[in-house]
Write a protein that binds this ligand. Structure first.
Ligand SMILES: Nc1ncnc2c1ncn2[C@@H]1O[C@H](COP(=O)(O)OP(=O)(O)O)[C@@H](O)[C@H]1O
Ligand SMILES: [Mg+2]
Length: 205
């Protein structure tokens, strides 16, 4: 069986980090080799760029921001993702290129065609086999974040920004439904877990 590349995406507070544990259990129970990673990050260079990108003190224009995201992604693919897949290890990434289309594209207004150009340059033909998109209304995600953490540079953005980000995610999922598992994350944790497990069952069936 070819190793699978799975990404987990959605707006801040949608429950990505929470549900990584669910996915970890799913792979453990089946004794399937898997590597969990995240974007921006996943390599020393990527994690350094993550610090810069999430730091509220950073000033970056929309193109610089987009290029840093892809610089981190490029290193991540070359150093971690592609080698793991090549040796038969499944890869799960907390965020991937959908986030760039959603945040830098939908949120900041970078033309999707420009992002697609970078996507092609950096990824070649590499695309996720499955993207689990956790969807939640803005009020819910904002309330979840407000309760639990200091907001990073993106999380400090306006409600309008996040409305555009969420919309961009949903549009991408609607345009390629075969790649996405669109999951309503505005439910009890157990219900969300079940949907995620079902999406994995389907991918590996
Ligand atoms: N289904 C859920 N119901 C209620 N709270 C949740 C649910 N899923 C996650 N949370 C909480 O919401 C907050 C944001 O979740 P997190 O997993 O950090 O989101 P993300 O990684 O997508 O930003 C956390 O405090 C988490 O415990
Ligand atoms: Mg998270």
């Amino acid at each position: 069986m070819n190793a699978k590349f799975i990404t987990l995406d959605g707006i801040d507070g949608a429950g990505k980090s929470t549900n990584l544990a669910v996915m970890q259990n799913w792979f453990e129970q089946r004794r399937l080799p898997v590597l969990f990673t995240r974007e921006p990050g996943g390599t020393p260079l990527g994690e350094a760029l993550r610090e810069i990108l999430l730091n509220p003190a950073t000033r970056a224009g929309l193109r610089s921001e987009t290029l840093m995201m892809f610089a981190a992604r490029c290193q991540h693919i070359e150093e971690v993702i592609a080698p793991a897949l090549a040796r038969g290890v499944h890869v799960v990434s907390d965020r991937f290129t959908d986030a760039t289309f959603a945040y830098q594209g939908g949120g900041r207004g970078v033309p999707a065609a420009d992002i697609a150009t970078l996507e092609h340059w950096v990824q070649g033909g590499l695309q996720p086999d499955l993207t689990i998109l956790l969807d939640v209304p803005l009020e819910v995600s904002m309330a979840r974040i407000a309760e639990t953490r200091e907001k990073d540079r993106f999380e400090q953005e306006t409600a309008d920004f996040f409305t555009r980000v969420r919309e961009a995610y949903l549009q991408r999922a609607a345009a390629a439904p075969e790649r996405y598992a669109l999951i309503d994350s505005n439910r009890e944790r157990a219900a969300v877990s079940l949907s995620i497990e079902h999406a994995l069952d389907t991918l590996f069936a």
